[in-house]
Structure formats: C-alpha cells, structure tokens
Design a protein. Sequence first.
Lengths: 173, 353
Amino acid sequence: MRNAIWENIFSRQGEKLSETALAISHVPIFKGLSRKEIREIENIIHRREYQPGEAIFHQGDPGLGMYIIVLGQVQIVNNQDPDNPIIYSELSDGDFFGDMSLVDEANRSATALAISNTRIIAFFRPELKDILTRFPSLGNKILLNLAEVIAQRLRKTNDLLIEAQQQTSGGPE
Amino acid sequence: MRGSQIIVPLAAAIILREHVAPILLLLVLALLLASILSPLVNWLETRFGGSRLLAVLAIYVTIILTIVGAAYILGGTLYEQAETLVSSFQGKNLEDLINNLKESVLGFIPQSLRPRAEAYFLSMIESPPEFLSKLAGGLGGIILKLADVVGKLVLVLVFTFILLLESRNFKVAFVRAVPNAYFEMVLNLLEKIHKQVSGYLRGQGMAALTVGVLSTIGLFLISQLGGIALPYFVIIGMLAGLANLIPFIGPFVGMVPAIAVYLMTPQPAGINAIMIVVIIVMFLSVQAIDNFFVSPKIMSASVGMHPLVVIVVIMIGGSIMGPLGMLFAVPAFGVLKVTVVEVVWGLKAYRIL
C-alpha cells in the first residue's frame, strides 16, 4: 500500500523543478535562490498566454514589472512612428524583459509583441514589495541581483558612450 | 474562455440580485476590513516565520480579547447607560426630562420672553417632538436588532478571515480572469486602490478611535472634577468618535448631546454656564488634538470634500439607510472617491479614455 507521508518526504528529494520554476531560476534577478524561495516566487507570479500579434504591453504605458518567456517568441518594438517601427530585439524561451519597471513606474520605452503562441510569467513591483515585507532576506537577494543587472547595463552604457565620444572627437580630423 | 469567468458569475449576480445584495454588502465590508488589516497581517507573517495562518489568528485573538476586555470594563456602564437612555426616550421619563430642560434653560432666558418659552415647553410635553419619538423607536430597534447585527458581524469576521488568509490566491485567480489587454492596468489599479482605500479607512478609524476615547475620558474628568452629573458619558463619547467620520458636522454631534444631557439631568449644584463652556472647550480641544496631531500623521489619501458635497452625501445616505446611512455616507463616499480617482488615472495612463 502506498504511504502518503513517506512519499511526501522522499518526493522532495528527487523533485524536478516545474517548467515555471525552471524559467524563474534561469533569470539573473532570481540567481542563487533556494528551491523553497523559488516556490515562494512561483506562488505570487502571474501566468499568461498570448496569441501571435497580441501586445503584452504598449510603449508609453506605466511600467509595472518584468516578464519572463517560458515558451514562445516576443518582439520588442519602438513604434513611435507607426509607419516605420524599429525592432529592438526578438526574444525567446528563458529571455526576460521589462525588469527596469521593478524599480520605478516610468513609462514603457517600447512595445512588447508576441510573435508566436507565447507563455510568459509576470513578476510585478507590488509582488516584489510583498516579498520584501514578508521575506526580507529573499527580497534582499532579488534586489541585489537587480542592482547587479542594472550596474552591468550602466557599465555597458558608459563604455558605449566613451566609444561614441571617441568616435566623434576623432571623426572630423 | 477567460471572459466567461467574469461574465457568467456577473450575470448570475444580476439575475439573483435581491438575494445576492445582502451577502454582497457583507462581503464588501469584509473586503474593506481585510484591506485595513492586511498590512498588519503581512508584518506579523514575517515575525511568525512566514505562517499567514498564525498571523491572522494572532490578530483575531487580539480583536476578540479587546472586545471582551472593553465589554468587561465598559459593558456594565454602557448597558446601564443605554437602558436608562432608551427608557427615558420611550416616554416614561420624557416629561421629567423636558421639565428639567425647562428649568435649566429658563434661567438663561430674559424675563420678558419667559412666558412664551414656558408655553413652548408645555407644548413639547403634550406632543413630544417627532424626532424624539423617532429616536426612541430607533434606539429600541437597535437593541432589538442586536442579535441580527452580531450574527452579521460574525459572518463579516469569517469572510475577513478567509480573505486575509487567501488574499494572494484570490488576487492571482481574479487577475487570471482578466483579458490580456487590460491585465497590467487591472493589476496596477488593484494595487493603487488597495493602498489608497486601506490608508483612508485606517486613518478614519484611528481618528474616530482617538476622538471617541479622548471625548469619553474628557467627559468623565469633567463630571468628576467639576462635580456635575453627566450620565451617558460613555455613549456620548462613542457617538462623538463615530460622528467624527462626518466632516464639519461631526464635532457638534458629540457636543450637543453632552450639553443637552447636562441640562436635562437634575444637577445637585444647579446649572452653571461655565460647565457648558468647559464641555465645549473639551470637545474643541479633542478636535484640535485630532486635527493637528493625529489626522495629519495617518491620513494618507487626501479626500477633501466640499461642505455642500458632504451635506448632499449625508442626505443621500440618510434616505438609503436611515441614521446609520447618514453616519457611514461620508466614509463610503470617500472610498468611492479614491477608487474613482485611481480608475480615471488608470484609464488615462493606459490611454483607454
């Protein structure tokens, strides 16, 4: 006869991460989280499904948080000029976007469009605040990871700026 | 289909609205109560090692102990005061009350006007003003309906318990039913409305509690130190606290009955105009403490209302639910106002409006 108690105890050992948990664990801002902590995140995130051509968010909308692609493809587009949209990037399984909105409510700088049947996870600022109140150590890990991601981006931007300045100062001569 | 998860229950609720409305009202009350308590539950949850159940239970035990404690300390006095007050208004002592009031007031009236005033008091005894008999009926009704109210209160507390315990699951499930196009906007609005409404209600509750407790203590001190008979001081204090929910008019709701009771009760040392001034100063001081020290610190949402709006809202509240409706009309309108402000912001920010 199967014993539910023992099964429950042992099942944790060899438990495989769910598709959602796996997607979460590969995102830099959730780096270094334990299984228990990932499960906490799993409990509060939102799961959504989009059809090809459906917008996930629009340029100019107030930003609320980040999205992680579990399965599918998403295009990040600047469509300020609707006749000449500029495609910034095409993202697929495991990629994430909109993470800067976890920090402030600045408007979205581009539109995110699903270009195939897409399953995504949404992790928003209210949920991050909730985690920070309830599980400060988990919240701090996420914040530090987020700061690291932003610092890397800032460094990259600085490098690009220096490169551009060098090109302009050396250009006309 | 995702939309059907919202449309089907909504259609059922509209068809069965007569049966659904009373339960829905209790559910809304529970939702508001849960919204007030949720920050405390979140804070306690961390202290209890992440157990939300323990956090909610701790709050419930504290609430029950506070109610039992308050009933133990104030209950006897409150019951006696309520009983005497109700029986006074039910006609038994009405004549005595008016006679007392007449004797107190006549001293302040110029000699030339006294016969006319006496005639007016006589007519009051012969046909007690309509509001007094209405009030008597209302108070009697409140006592009779106590069991019904307690039953509903228990139901609200049960709903609140479940909402507090399962708030995250409910939120995720609710948001899942929202179509993709409005998903981020709805979540953003839910968050902002929750923050504003709970802040507003907590502020109102704290201000009412402060005014209620301070007014009761103030009236007790006046009666003890001033050596005057001031019965019903607990009821008047609580009324002053509740009336604080109504701006502009609230402060007088506590002051007027306190002075009336002082004038209507036979005073061993006779009526002293200075004591009336002391009562007025006490209520004004309580208002000053609330306005300068308490409210500015706790009112997160600015819910400024024009006096005309307040009067219209109170009248509408009164016509819907009687005296209780008048009392809760302003806070209910306040909740509606912060909600509408946030919804309009959302519709504009997401370019739907």
